[in-house]
Design a protein. Structure first.
Length: 439
């Protein structure tokens, strides 16, 4: 049986209405509408597909799974049902079955543009660039010269280190449309990725003439001149974190072995077993620290520049509230003596100069309060602040950081450790516990 074998005039009105209600978030009305459709045609696979989407929106994964499985049972070769099931699996981080189902849909509907777009999206969600590139190439066989497909392909090729082909794509796009700044910026980012940002200076300056207020271009121009920017604009990393938000924990903890939030949470609980303290988590990301801390007696406030990261953190139900602002603004605008603890884990690597960070952290803390943060290690015989072009993450000289802490009125304890793995190599860093001395 196929879902499309059902006469279109029997259930279509109810199904279209239910889809609109789900899109608006009116799930109670959608359930009523789907019940009517189910009574009319008990074995309509489309009803179960929409029921799965609705249950997923409601956070009821058991019901979603049940509905999608019933849909596939009724119509095992129906591409829309299979595609929605694959997308659902990807949303709940079950990437192996999501990929398997998505590939099946791609074989069933090889020239369907909606299927192509969603299969590529699933590949990106899963971090499977090989699969994404395969389908982007397939898309270009169907739609030769498609600019959007070529942009995505060039971006993915940069991520796997195939700079030569990516460069050819960006250059061909620029030749076809030299006035499109996105293409020029793509070539700039390619030069940044391969450590040749100085070669991009003419292109950066040309873009700055058109967009003189663009902070990211100013940042790139500084790098291209061989200088170290004092700070990195939020625009340099917000898009990356937005895109990675759904698989961030899996990538950072599972693949890169990142354990700093777990270690810091254990440290805090050992000192405050009743968890009755107020904590400001700067750069909270997906809420890993809160997840390891568990429910608090005091309040836990998360700050992050990526709204999508905050949305993931909120799912834990641990944080009392969030602020979607950048770290520097959060530090400047928080009242004096507000917190017992401030954490800033794997965040200062995107901030840079810490001259204003330390005194503001000291101001915000109560006497005896702790500022706990991590840094990547810069060589002691080099500059206080380094921004390697290949990582675009700041490294800080330990002695300089400790000196800044002491100038701000902190006593300092520092632990050196491996922060995570990166391309098979250990990233060396240190965690500082800076305690505010009594006024």
């Amino acid at each position: 049986m196929s879902a499309t074998s059902i006469p279109a005039d029997i259930n279509r009105k109810h199904l279209e209405m239910a889809r609109q209600q789900i899109a608006k978030g009116d799930l109670q009305k959608a359930a009523q509408t789907l019940n009517k459709a189910h009574r009319q045609v008990p074995n309509d696979a489309r009803v179960f597909m929409l029921a799965g989407i609705m249950a997923d929106r409601a956070g009821n994964h058991a019901k979603a799974e049940e509905a999608f499985e019933r849909c596939i049972e009724l119509a095992p070769m129906w591409p829309p049902g299979l595609l929605e099931y694959a997308l659902y699996r990807a949303r709940i981080d079950q990437f192996t079955p999501a990929i398997e189902i998505a590939e099946k849909v791609a074989r069933l509907e090889p020239k369907n543009p909606q299927v192509l777009a969603n299969v590529i999206d699933i590949a990106h969600r899963a971090g499977n660039l090989t699969m994404a590139i395969k389908h982007l190439r397939r898309g270009l066989e169907i739609y030769p010269g498609d600019a959007m497909l070529r942009q995505h392909l060039a971006t993915d090729l940069i991520d796997i280190g195939d700079y030569a082909e990516a460069s050819d794509i960006w250059k061909s796009l620029i030749n076809e449309n030299p006035e499109n700044p996105a293409y020029v910026l793509g070539l700039v980012k390619l030069n940044l990725a391969r450590g040749e940002i100085s070669a991009a200076l003419p292109d950066i300056l040309a873009l700055q003439e058109k967009f003189p207020e663009d902070a990211l271009l100013t940042h790139y121009a500084t790098l291209a001149r061989g200088e170290t920017p004092q700070h990195q604009p939020v625009e340099a990393h917000r898009g990356i974190f937005d895109a990675m938000s759904e698989k961030f924990d899996l990538h950072l903890v599972g693949k890169l072995g990142y354990q700093v939030p777990k270690l810091v949470a254990s440290q805090l609980i050992s000192r405050h077993p009743d968890k009755d303290f107020n904590l400001l988590d700067l750069g909270c990301g997906t809420g890993l620290l809160g997840l390891y801390l568990g429910p608090m007696e005091g309040y836990l406030i998360g700050v992050d520049s990526s709204l999508k990261m905050i949305e993931q953190a909120a799912k834990h139900g641990i944080y009392d509230r969030f602020h979607n602002v950048n770290l520097m603004d959060a530090l400047q605008n928080t009242p004096d003596g507000e917190y017992d603890v401030i954490t800033c884990l794997d965040v200062l690597i995107y901030i840079g100069d810490l001259q204003s960070v330390m005194p503001n952290a000291a101001r915000i803390l109560k006497a005896g309060g702790e500022f706990i943060f991590s840094c990547e290690t810069a060589a002691e015989d080099g500059p206080d602040l380094v921004l390697p072009v290949e990582t675009q993450r700041y490294a800080h000289k330990r002695s300089h950081v400790e000196a800044l802490c002491k100038q701000a009125g902190f006593s300092v304890a520092t632990e050196e450790l491996v922060l995570r793995q990166e391309r098979g190599e250990a990233v060396q860093g240190f965690v500082v516990t800076a305690t505010k001395t009594a006024a």
